[in-house]
Design a protein around this ligand. Sequence first.
Ligand SMILES: Nc1ncnc2c1ncn2[C@@H]1O[C@H](COP(=O)(O)OP(=O)(O)O)[C@@H](O)[C@H]1O
Ligand SMILES: [Mg+2]
Length: 275
Amino acid sequence: MIRAENVSFKYMRNEEMNHVLKDFNIHVLDGEFVVIMGHNGSGKSTFAKLTNAILLPESGDIYVADMNTKNDENLWAIREKAGMIFQNPDNQIVATMVEEDVAFGPENLGVDPEEIRKRVDRVLKIVNMDGYQTRPPHMLSGGQKQRIAIAGILAMSPDCIILDEPTAMLDPSGRIEVLDIIHRLNQDENMTVVLITHFMNEAIHADRVIVLDDGHIKLTGAPKEVFSKINEMQAIGLDVPEVTKLAAYLKSEGIDIPSNIITLEEMISELCRLK
Ligand SMILES: Nc1ncnc2c1ncn2[C@@H]1O[C@H](COP(=O)(O)OP(=O)(O)O)[C@@H](O)[C@H]1O
Ligand SMILES: [Mg+2]
């Protein structure tokens, strides 16, 4: 779905070029749920913008569904294939009524009005916002607004959705609502998901976690593999789940417990087994 091949990118700042990504390679498969983590400034948003041709690589190539982002002619097809959600839902709302907001994308693509009507109602159901069609978006909660923004992307029928810290500005219940929708899109709609987050609990159920550090891939693998590398994660300023730390501690005390426990349920079942 998304391929970055030997990508390098730098921003010009104070007459100085500073490399943000260097020889960066990623391959996100169709239908995969990939989480990208990394401390502030590690290059996560830069990568997201590169996948949507908001930025172009200085060298190397990015392909979205085999379309090179460097080719101008691919621009709209790429943005239709791989929709992007940003941190602040307020910046993504363009209309004064929910249904108009959701219809904005497909209208720009020239989709037939009757088809738009159908899509709007369908995607509002998917994000659990059916019945809000005529509401003003600015009156909604952060989680609801973010779900409307997701509906707006879904209305363009993408195959992939890239979310750059979509829950960072939400309260805990808004975070759960949005995360739940993202997982359902992956499972039920076979949507490829690239979720950028600094909340490790949002990474636990991903197919794969990619950890960035200074524009390099530091760690990659299934959540269990990545989070069980406690020292490496902490060395770059990231945390791991409490239960993973507890498992490591118990193991160091000579207790026979796996070191790759990442959920509370796993911990409970291991403790019950020991008992
Ligand atoms: N528009 C910009 N101009 C100059 N430097 C930038 C710009 N955007 C980001 N950077 C720098 O690039 C690096 C990576 O930023 P970013 O991709 O936003 O990281 P992240 O999303 O992981 O926090 C940081 O050092 C940041 O300061
Ligand atoms: Mg960022």
